[in-house]
Design a binder for this molecule. Structure first.
Ligand code: LLP
Length: 422
């Protein structure tokens, strides 16, 4: 399945009216390319399908998937909120959109980060633990502000995804368990007695790249129940709920029907919140917004035939622009966009780093001539944002393609590498 802006014509792929040969020549490789049509469609799907009868919907874009000022601009235009997990994120957001639209996460926020958040009045701070709550209470007093918070809890729901991106097992580092009555009583008593720190509602996020709806429905059910229990026990009206992100996408052969998942989710929520005080529900999609809209273009230099029989297609990037295959054994679809149907060879597509784990994708059948552009699909989430300067690689350029092309992040230059040492 191709992103919506891509079309096939005479053995070649085009993005909008642009050939990948042209993009390779004009912008250089490695190059991150975002298809605006796909991006806008994904945003529209959330606007259209995450809409309940019995609650107000608020989408918070999880910026960790891909954060550049242009994304902030697009998110603002849609009246969405945006999440942040560090001072760096907050800084980019503050320079690109209204910081009051930020939702600030993190299990170990520093004093500097919390001061920034309270002073600048970020929209919501998602509190991770009791100690952090005490600190926020102190800062609220010092700055004479009312701080809006949500409290992150761990509902202990197992979602079927890679163990590194599961977040809700009972031993996860995030939030406080919904079963830990002792800590919950301290937290709730704090809120009951502190007028300057407001609890809008609870937050949970059960993992990422979840492709089945059951875990989301279960999360909704457990979290609404939990909210009602806390509200009653502590006589504290709770009007909002944040159910996190995690909506999976198709990389190669996963089948994900986002519309169907959202519809089932909304129906369930409508039913669950109908006779409660919960009037607003937030979700925090990242990957499902940008994942399939982004792709990476490389230049292939050669196919190496090893003595052991394996063939490698070498490209001019790798784990420095996409760590996911090395970190999560993620798999991607790889194409030669200027020769889709030529005679194919079975290869592992690999990068140029000094690591055997520097894999782009294994067991790919591809037609290839020296210098051809090589296109990897669905790299839009957690590619650019997890890129590194390993082996002093330069961060690649990012373009957004529609009828026109916009460079939304320039390529890092050699001089940039020396900036820390001067
Ligand atoms: N909300 C919270 C609190 C999160 O921790 C995350 C992701 C999201 C929302 C967005 O989840 P999404 O909709 O993108 O699945 N680097 C990993 C993914 C880590 C996800 C971290 N938290 C990867 O490349 O698969």
């Amino acid at each position: 399945m191709l992103p919506r802006g891509l079309v096939e014509k005479n053995n070649e792929l085009y993005i909008n009216k642009y050939s990948f040969k042209e993009l390779q020549k004009e912008y250089g490789t490695p190059l991150y390319i975002y298809d605006k049509k796909e991006l806008m469609t994904n945003i529209d799907i959330f606007n259209q399908y995450f809409k309940g009868k019995n609650f107000e919907s608020q989408v918070v874009y999880a910026s960790k998937a891909f954060l550049v000022p242009k994304m902030c601009e697009i998110i603002s235009e849609h009246n969405w909120m945006i999440d942040a997990v560090s001072l760096g994120d907050l800084y980019i957001i503050d320079n690109s959109m209204d910081i009051k639209k930020a939702v600030f996460h993190g299990n170990n926020k520093s004093m500097e980060e919390l001061r920034f958040a309270v002073e600048k009045e970020v929209g919501i701070i998602v509190v991770d633990n009791y100690e952090e709550l005490i600190t926020i209470g102190m800062l609220a007093k010092e700055y004479k502000k009312v701080v809006k918070t949500m409290f992150r809890v761990n509902p202990g729901i197992e979602a079927h995804t890679h163990s590194y991106i599961q977040t809700s097992l009972l031993s996860s580092k995030f939030g406080e368990s919904i079963y830990d009555e002792e800590v919950l009583s301290k937290i709730m008593n704090f809120y009951v007695n502190n007028k300057q720190v407001e609890l809008l509602g609870f937050h949970s996020h059960i993992g990422s790249q979840i492709t089945e709806k059951d875990a989301f429905l279960k999360n909704a059910e457990v979290m609404v129940d939990f909210t009602l229990k806390m509200e009653k026990m502590y006589n504290y009206p709770i009007k909002e709920l944040n159910l996190g992100g995690g909506f999976g996408i198709t990389y190669t052969n996963e089948e994900v029907d986002l519309k169907e998942i959202l519809q089932a989710f909304v129906n369930k929520l409508d039913e669950l919140v109908a006779s409660t005080n919960i009037k607003k529900v937030y979700i925090e999609p990242g990957r499902s917004i940008v994942g399939r809209s982004g792709m990476t273009l490389y230049t292939g230099s050669m196919i190496k035939n090893t003595f052991g029989g394996k063939k490698y297609l070498f490209v001019d990037g790798g784990m420095t622009d996409n760590i996911r295959p090395a970190l999560y054994q993620a798999v991607y679809e790889v194409l030669n966009p200027v020769n889709l149907n030529g005679e194919k060879t079975l290869v592992d597509v690999v990068g140029k780093c000094c690591e055997s784990g520097d894999i782009v994708s294994k067991d790919i059948k591809i037609a290839f001539s020296k210098g051809d552009p090589i296109l990897v699909l669905s790299t839009g989430a957690y590619g650019y944002s997890m890129s590194s300067n390993y082996n002093s690689a330069l961060k690649a350029k990012v373009i957004l393609v529609d009828d026109n092309i916009e460079v939304i992040s320039r390529k890092e230059e050699l001089q940039d590498l020396m900036r820390l040492y001067k």
